[in-house]
Structures are given as structure tokens and as C-alpha cells.
Design a protein around this ligand. Sequence first.
Ligand SMILES: NC(=O)c1ccc[n+]([C@@H]2O[C@H](COP(=O)([O-])OP(=O)(O)OC[C@H]3O[C@@H](n4cnc5c(N)ncnc54)[C@H](OP(=O)(O)O)[C@@H]3O)[C@@H](O)[C@H]2O)c1
Length: 404
Amino acid sequence: MTASCAQSGRQRVCVLGSTGSIGKSTLDVIARNPDQYTVHSLVAGRNADVMLEQARQFRPQYIVMADEQAANKLRADLQSEGLRIAVESGQDAMNQVAADGDVDVVMAAIVGAAGLPPTMAAVRAGKKILLANKETLVMTGALFMDAVKASGSVLLPIDSEHNAIFQCLPADHLRGLERVGVRRILLTASGGPFRQSPVESFAAVTPEQACAHPNWSMGRKISVDSATMMNKGLEFIEACWLFDARPEQVEVVIHPQSIIHSMVDYEDGSVLAQMGNPDMRTPIAHALAWPGRIPSGVAPLSLTEIARLDFYAPDMMRYRCLKLAQDVARSGGTAAAMLNAANEIAVDAFLERKLRFDRIPEVINATLQTLPVMSAGDIDQVLEADREARYLARKQVSQMQGVA
Ligand SMILES: NC(=O)c1ccc[n+]([C@@H]2O[C@H](COP(=O)([O-])OP(=O)(O)OC[C@H]3O[C@@H](n4cnc5c(N)ncnc54)[C@H](OP(=O)(O)O)[C@@H]3O)[C@@H](O)[C@H]2O)c1
């Protein structure tokens, strides 16, 4: 199989987080372009049923599940159907498959800090990385970008905003934004489902309401992040690293229709925007095929049907998580890893109905106020900051439980 794929010139893709929203969209784009891509391996957490369906359709060489029981169930199911696919479980197997010599492209779409080890393994192995898992870059910042440079990896952003910015920037933008005439990056945000709700109503927001995004269909964690606008905060930090931008060069603009995915403002007054229907298959197809183009299955944009596009400045009293992230972008070191870890704990607690929606920024703020910011000299220091922040954030959550 390996030899025939290499001979046919198809790119061999490893999908980290294949059972999730981005993972499924990635497989959809691959299925539309079978002459150009083949699935080498699929990696996920515990959803053995969805993985079985994906295994039947894409026949990867390897599957890795984080959860051992899920891997055992899948192995038995595959065997009973006569499908000969190697199934492993655990972190080491994930790292190995992401760095496998037969892999050309790695879609990094595991949610949260759990995506860090396999994504880093893929970077160190010099793979072409399609980065959806923004938390990895937010946590490790300069360490991640240095590893990309050292290995010669090609790094392409999947977040629709960063993919849009990438498409609007000149190819040599890493010479420096000012040198290529860029004045500002305009990072658009839908404003989430509570853009117009009274701030006083945030205390009663349920997980179902927070996960009902007006424009995008996404996993639960990023949906809550979009509702608090921590997602935009993480994207703000991500943009600084990806495009070597200072925080003051990135401006967040609320654009409720999510048609313009972000813009670049040049010193001659030109503003370049990338537009499209809100469907993640567009940035996925763009990154898979870059510098070419392939069909994605996304419907053509009808501007006459959309008719109007609105823009507002964000209200920082409403979006306290965005403010916290922007402050962290200015402080550097381990602060971003701590912010990300405290946010993951707070969002999990909210989804499990153990924390009120309006307390998410309080948990993060209290964690950041308590822990000292250290320099992020290596991955171990980042992981230590992540662990400490998780411990403290969990304490904050239990202290806030039962407090009216
Ligand atoms: N969805 C979007 O539109 C969108 C847009 C831009 C960026 N992103 C980013 O893309 C990433 C994925 O988002 P999503 O919306 O696709 O999330 P999702 O639907 O919740 O999917 C998450 C994926 O990660 C897997 N996973 C969770 N924990 C794991 C672990 N410990 N080890 C291995 N795999 C694990 C899940 O597997 P199981 O379900 O099998 O447990 C699932 O395949 C996030 O970083 C998000 O910020 C998403």
C-alpha cells in the first residue's frame, strides 16, 4: 500500500482528532479528492463507533485511540468484519504515527492541550502541518515556531481567520509585517450566541445555549470558547505567533455574519479580505492543496442573498475572556499556557454543570493572579505551568461550587 501510494503521487494524511468536527470535515474533503490524497492513519480519543465507520470508508494503515478500552473494542469490531488495520492505544503510539516516515501531511485537530505531544512529534519530523489545534501553539509559542523552523515543516493555519490572513498576506510576510507594508491584521469574530444578550443573563446560560453557535457547527469546547470569546483570545495569541505580529498590530472586529474570515490592512490603504460561506472545508481544502486549489464541497457564496455585512468593536465588559487573553499575549512566558489550562478546566466544569458560565473568566483570572509567570524555555516548563494552572483552576471551581 505504501509503495503504491508513493508511486501514484497521492499525499498520505494522518488525521489527529478524526472523530471530531474538523476531523470529519477533513475526511470529507479527502473523499472528494481521492486521486490526490489517501488516509495513512486516524487518531482519536474514545469514540470507537465513529472510528469504525471511518475505518470502513478510508481503510487507513493505522488507528490510534487515546483510550485503551475504545481501542480494544475497535480491534474486535474490525476483526469481526475482516478488516486488517493495526489498532494501538496511548500517547506513544499517537506520537509515533504522527511522525511516521510514510506520512506526508498531518491534520492537527485534537482538541485542547492533549494535541500537543503528537503535533510536536509531527513538527519535529518535518511534516506538512495543518494546524487546527490552536491550543498547542498558544501554549508553546516560540518553542513551537522554532521547532517548525528547525525541522523545515510547512505550517498552514486551519482556523478560518488565520487561513484568511495567510491568504491575504504576501508569500514573504515572515520577513516582517512592516517590511511587506502591513499596517494591521483585522481578526474578525462573530461575537458568538450571546452578542446581544444582557450581561446579567450570563449567570443562567446553559451548555446547550452556549454550544448553539449562530454560524458555525463545531465541537463543544470551541463552541463554549466562542460564546465567551476566549476562542478569539486564543486566536489573537495564535495570530501573533503565526505571523510574527506584535499584539498592537492585531485588532479584533466583530462581524456577526462570518462571511469575511479576516483581513489585512496595508499602509497604502488597501484592505484585503478573504470571504466565503462559514464552512471549515474551505480552509481545510486550501491548506491541503496549498499552493494549489481543490474542490471542497462548499456552496458558492451568494453576496446578493447575504445582502449586508456588519462590523462592530468588541465590548470588553461582555467579553472578559478576550481581555484576559490579550493581556497574556503581552506578558509572554508561561502565561499563555496557564490561561489555556485554566480555560480548559473552567469550560469542562461548565459543560458538566459544575460552574456558571459567567464564572469561567473568574476561574481563569484567579489562576493567572495566583501563579507567577516563568520563562517558557522548554516544553517541560510549559507542561509544568499547565499542570499547576489546572490544579489551581480545579480548586477555584470547587470553591465556587455552591456559591450563589
Ligand atoms: N470545529 C471548528 O470549526 C474549528 C475551527 C477552528 C479550529 N478548531 C480547533 O480544532 C480543534 C478540534 O476542534 P473540534 O471542533 O473538531 O473538536 P471536537 O469536535 O470536540 O473533536 C475533538 C477531537 O479530539 C479527539 N480527542 C479528544 N481528546 C483526545 C485525546 N486525549 N487524545 C486523542 N484525541 C483526543 C476527539 O476524539 P473522541 O471524540 O473520539 O474522544 C475528537 O476526535 C480544536 O483545537 C479547535 O479549537 C475547530
